[in-house]
Design a protein around this ligand. Structure first.
Ligand code: PGA
Length: 251
């Protein structure tokens, strides 16, 4: 595990974008696992800048998003499909046929989930998976007490997640209560993982993810078992960590 602590959100976003850019420079046909939410927005902006400056190319890239709300279609402004297009895909030269996001409108979620897993495998697996982290330690929509062995499946959102995500909706009643999410096992199969966190409200979850017991009660703690994971965070998210100790242990 590698821990990178930077001053603020802007630095976090730049560092994360540089890591993704390096991946694409080394392997132009990379399979990227992508995340939504407030945290990676700055990273997407930076990647667009790097693309416009001619340093990276998305032509051969394939993407798989972590999750999608159940019951929202692509045109819905709250859907993660919309988010990805609006914040990222419309600005880069990605082939939209190589973009994969779970279908929140699928009639048969089980079938959709299996097909998603198969597609990830048929593309050779995810090379680099980007993650945010919930205040409750969730990754993707894998809420506390998830089964570590789960692959892509339908999940019920935690009360805290519904509360946290209500800031993006008109009212809390509008927040979907279910989603389709890659499971912990899907995430753990990625060759590399990049987790981003900023803000004091993430400090507790970050502490647990790095130092805590490995437990489904804090899903991100499972990342301690992954052979190639980097955490990039701002000082607020790192505020509960002993950075001197971390230097000795991980860097
Ligand atoms: P946020 O969400 O980036 O909006 O804080 C992160 C997450 O829930 O994984």
């Amino acid at each position: 595990m590698r821990i990178i602590c930077v001053e603020d959100y802007h630095q976090m976003s730049k560092k994360a974008a540089n890591i993704v850019a390096s991946q694409l420079i080394l392997k132009p046909n990379s399979v990227l696992g992508l995340a939504t939410g407030a945290t990676p927005l700055g990273m997407y902006k930076q990647l667009v800048k790097t693309y416009k400056a001619g340093h990276i190319d998305f032509e051969e890239v394939t993407t798989f998003n972590l999750d999608e709300y159940y019951g929202l279609n692509k045109e819905n402004e709250q859907s993660y499909y919309y988010y990805m297009y609006d914040n990222f895909f419309q600005y880069i030269n990605i082939d939209m046929k190589k973009v994969n996001i779970p279908n929140g409108m699928a009639r048969d979620i089980h079938k959709e989930s299996l097909a998603y897993e198969r597609k990830i495998r048929s593309c050779g697996g995810v090379d680099l998976q980007v993650l945010g982290i919930g205040r409750n330690g969730h990754i993707g929509f894998n809420e506390p007490d998830i089964k570590f062995e789960a692959l892509t499946h339908m999940v019920r959102l935690d009360e805290q997640t519904i509360q946290d995500n209500s800031r993006f909706f008109d009212s809390i009643e509008d927040v979907p209560t279910k989603a389709i999410s890659m499971g912990i096992k899907t995430i753990m199969h990625a060759k590399k993982i990049l987790l981003l966190a900023n803000g004091k409200e993430k400090a507790e979850a970050i502490y647990g993810a790095i130092y805590g017991k490995i437990t489904p009660e804090l899903p991100a703690s499972v990342l301690q078992l992954h052979p190639d994971v980097v955490f990039v965070m701002d000082q607020d998210a790192a505020s509960k960590l002993d950075l001197e100790k971390l230097k000795e242990e991980y860097l």
